[in-house]
Design a protein around this ligand. Structure first.
Ligand SMILES: [Zn+2]
Length: 309
């Protein structure tokens, strides 16, 4: 297997304006989008800039459906291609309210198999009324934990993310900048009240807890507030509070891209996985039933992310 077919993640956009990441699964020629907050055109442009093929998007997995996570242009695009949409159980109504065509929707149970190339696990996380989603993607070559838009990190997410190779987690705001900002009090309360976003301190504590037994090879800090955070300040906090692993942490500033970042090792993967093509809408199931799992009811410049050194 060549390096191009190894599992990798790229961040196309992160922050309150737009969020979108791309995962290439081991042995697959298709990509999995995590959120689609950029317009289809901007998504294509940034993927090409990172050396990724926009025509190969095989599915879109959503954390939730706030405007910074789904661009209206994708509603038409998803239906036209057509591209399946993956959501955790409990978010189907929100997906339909966001005008995702029902025929494209696939509900991911707590643990679901994506063909034989990945296992997906989803946990509801506290965020406003409907919650967001923490996703864990396990592939034969490595694993990703991805969580943004959560007011606090639950114990099940800490436990669920242990052992991942790449941890992508939000560090939305600096507590002091938030408190001192000119934002209205109700907005500060919404953000800091446990069902909004993670502060830098909360994020760093979560990283330490998740990394207790195995330190991820890369940690990506995402969804930084423009008004109430500062990449340089966050980088300093990481350096001070995670002294043994700060070199593995990348702060993804707004309006930058990052990646592709390889996940695990391609060498350990069987080439037979190349035969599987689970990205289908229609008669072919996206998730074939697997033992002990619940079947479904139905890539700007890579160097622009701040790298701790
Ligand atoms: Zn968001």
């Amino acid at each position: 297997m060549d390096a191009k077919s190894a599992c990798a993640i790229s961040i196309l956009a992160s922050g309150s304006a737009a969020n979108c990441a791309v995962v290439r699964l081991t042995g697959s020629r298709k990509y999995l989008l995590i959120d689609a907050g950029l317009s289809p055109r901007a998504t294509r442009t940034r993927m090409i800039e990172l050396g990724l093929d926009p025509a190969a998007i095989g599915a879109v997995l959503f954390t939730h459906f706030d405007r910074d996570h789904i661009h209206r242009g994708w509603i038409r695009e998803l239906a036209a291609r057509p591209i399946p949409v993956l959501v955790r159980a409990g978010l189907e109504a929100r997906a339909r309210a966001a005008e995702i065509p029902g025929r494209l929707l696939r509900t991911v149970a707590r643990t679901s198999r994506l063909g034989n190339i990945a296992t997906l696990r989803a946990w509801e996380t506290p965020h406003d009324w409907d919650g967001s989603t923490a996703w864990r993607i396990d592939t034969p070559s490595g694993s990703i934990g991805f969580a943004t838009d959560l007011g606090h990190v639950t114990d099940e997410v800490i436990e669920g993310f242990r052992g991942v190779d790449v941890l992508a987690i939000e560090a939305n705001y600096d507590q002091e900048m938030q408190v001192r900002s000119s934002r209205p009090e109700y907005l500060k309360e919404r953000i800091m009240g446990g069902k909004g976003h993670l502060s830098n301190e909360q994020s760093i504590r979560a990283i330490a807890a998740i990394s207790r037994d195995k330190v991820p090879s890369t940690v990506l800090l995402l969804h930084l507030s423009q008004e109430c955070n500062c990449p340089e300040l966050l980088t300093q906090q990481v350096r001070a509070e995670l002294p043994t692993m700060h070199r593995r942490v990348r702060v993804v500033a707004r309006n930058t891209t990052c990646g592709p970042i390889a996940i695990g090792t391609a060498e350990s993967v069987s080439c037979s996985l190349l035969e599987e093509s689970p990205f289908e809408v229609g008669d072919s199931p996206l998730f074939p039933p697997a033992p002990n799992t619940n079947p479904l009811a139905e890539p700007l410049t890579p160097s622009s992310c701040l790298i701790e050194s």
